[in-house]
Design a protein around this ligand. Structure first.
Ligand code: ATP
Ligand code: MG
Length: 561
């Protein structure tokens, strides 16, 4: 079956995709003895982002669907950029996504095996120590149209190469002075096959191997060999490695390796209005454009999690998109749609008044407080009920009142009626203003016959949320919007242009809001604040000051703009 075949129609819940089809046909043909072993290979040099979630989902779900295994492999070949904190964070994020790895592996723990394989390659006359500098290698590599030039060191004898390679390991040479290169073909149409470097000298301490090594394997060498050492059957990676596949296969063939993993490439996940480049995300953190890697506006797993995005919604999003061979930018709205549909089902309902306007019910006495039962989820009775309190002093959202309301405004206006959700019908009798003319209070009456019953002979169309003054808690709302105002900020030509594409209104903090008193709040607990949006409790919450992050709006407001 061809890689580029359009995905066939799948089941209603999890559509199929070309990798799933390809693996099925491998299994049907009895390849790899009917086994499926995958791996997720992050470089521990940053935090995971939503793009990585696709790779995690693909590797772990492919293994699970076929009764196979999936390793977590830290691809730690670059001692300069990697840190233990990233290893810990990556593990935590994968666990949060709901996956467990079969084995935790480190490319660095294969360094000794790799060394032996490199010696084998030299002995076969297929690798040599080269003294050209990085610049000279670049200059002699050739172009797509012209062949490269052979290195003057290409003819070194096996014996000399073995001695020099040993001396490289001993630390006899400075950084950058020598490399070990595969001896393939300087005229190959694929530049990756023009005697690629396999080892370089780096006198640097490594977070796993300490000072044991001063030569480190290059990506192409380490990547394929790690797959081979772990006996991976399907090495799933992103499209940029397609041109490296011939080298991947050449190395396994040259070493006559008993294990033959198959590399299959898929398109990266790109999302509109954000970026999935570690470098660019780091820039946002370092330039303090966001509050850290876990800022709820960041497309990092930590950011999404802090925002209150459920792991299940991210997985459903990946399932929905599947994978293809074509690079595209996915509409951010599709992710929001999955989040919304998950929270609609799973989040309990509460009231929150974002911009409070005082209401006094003139025919309700000061000391009268009535408890009113309201569902925690109108469509799912298994959530149970909550208690609201009706009293003389209430708060409603300022937006739900209009002084000169047009006919079609079905909320509160002078002389008009509205229903308090789950409560009574009230009528606005008088508008109280301060000296600046600002409306500060509404004097209303309540029709006491209307609790759970339609008002006799009147049409009341509007229903609004509300809170009693004696039954409210102050809260901070952090209302997030998209991090970038431009659809494809990654396409910016310069860092300045990229930073200029940031949405200045991506965070609006509201310290005025009131919410229903919520006891025993846990960080990340998600609610639908009725008529307002989905919110989740932030870690900055304190006992008397809860902080809520807006996870997503109730409706897609971007598709209409
Ligand atoms: P860099 O190349 O800057 O180190 P990276 O994003 O490739 O960044 P890795 O740690 O190498 O980072 O990624 C781990 C795995 O996740 C790789 O297999 C990579 O192909 C995959 N991956 C990275 N970004 C995406 C993305 N946007 N969509 C799908 N898979 C991705
Ligand atoms: Mg990478």
């Amino acid at each position: 079956m061809s890689d580029s075949k359009e995905p066939a129609a799948g089941t209603a819940t999890t559509p199929t995709h070309f990798i799933r089809n390809r693996i099925k046909s491998d299994l049907d043909e009895g390849k790899h003895n009917g086994a499926v072993r995958t791996r997720f290979p992050p470089q521990p040099n940053g935090f995971l982002h939503v793009g990585h979630v696709r790779s995690i989902w693909l590797n772990f779900s492919t293994a699970a669907e076929n009764g196979g295994t999936c390793n977590l492999r830290f691809d730690d070949t670059n001692p300069l950029k990697e840190e233990q904190q990233y290893i810990n964070a990556i593990k935590e994020d994968i666990e949060w996504l709901g996956y467990s790895w079969s084995k935790e592996c480190y490319t660095s723990s294969y360094f000794e095996d790799f060394w032996a394989l490199a010696v084998k390659l030299i002995e076969k006359g297929l690798a040599y120590v080269c003294d050209l500098s990085a610049d000279e290698v670049k200059q002699t590599r050739g172009t797509l149209k012209e062949p490269g030039k052979e290195s003057p060191y290409r003819g070194r004898s096996v014996q000399e190469n073995l001695q020099l390679f040993e001396a490289m390991r001993r630390g006899d040479f400075p950084d950058g002075s020598k490399t070990l290169r595969a001896k393939i073909d300087m005229a190959s149409g694929n530049i990756n096959l023009r005697d690629p470097a396999l080892y370089r000298i780096r006198h640097a301490s490594h977070h796993q191997t300490g000072d044991l090594w001063c030569v480190y394997p290059m990506y192409d060498w380490a990547h394929g060999l790690s797959d081979a050492v772990e006996d991976i059957t399907h090495s799933l990676c992103t499209l940029e490695f397609q041109d490296h596949r011939p080298l991947y296969e050449w190395l396994l063939e040259a070493l006559d390796h008993p294990n033959r993993p198959q590399q299959i490439e898929f398109a990266r996940l790109n999302l509109s209005y954000t970026v999935t480049s570690k470098r660019k995300l780091r820039m946002l953190v370092e330039k303090e454009k966001v509050r850290g890697w876990d800022d709820p506006r960041m497309p990092t797993v930590r950011g999404l999690r802090r925002r209150g995005v459920p792991a299940a919604a991210l997985i459903a999003f990946c399932d929905r998109l599947g994978v293809s061979k074509k690079d595209t930018v996915i509409d951010y709205g599709i992710l929001e749609d999955e989040i919304r549909s998950h929270l609609n089902e799973h989040a309990s309902r509460r009231f929150c008044v974002e911009n409070p306007l005082r209401v006094t019910i003139t025919n309700w006495s000061e000391d009268e407080v009535q408890e009113i039962k309201a569902p925690l989820h109108p469509q799912d009775p298994s959530f149970g009920e909550r208690t609201l309190k009706m009293a003389r002093h209430l708060w409603i959202d300022a937006d739900d009142f209009m002084e000169d309301a047009p006919k079609k405004f079905f909320r509160l206006a002078p002389g008009r009626e509205v229903r308090l959700r789950y409560g009574y019908v009230i009528k606005c009798e008088e508008v109280v203003k301060d000296e600046t003319g600002k409306v500060v209070e509404l004097m209303c009456t309540c029709d006491k016959e209307t609790l759970g019953a339609k008002p006799e002979g009147r049409k009341v169309k509007g229903v609004i949320h509300w809170l009693a003054d004696c039954h409210k808690q102050k809260a901070q709302l952090r209302v997030y919007d998209r991090l970038f105002k431009q659809e494809n900020p990654a396409a910016a030509d310069s860092d300045e242009e990229f930073l200029a594409a940031l949405n200045p209104d991506s965070l609006v903090e509201n310290d005025q809001a009131f919410v229903e008193p919520l006891s025993g709040l846990g960080v990340g607990d998600a609610f639908q604040f009725e008529r307002i949006g989905y919110f989740a409790t932030d870690a900055d919450s304190t006992a008397d000051g809860p902080v809520f992050n807006r996870v997503v709006t109730l409706r897609d407001s971007w598709s209409q703009t």
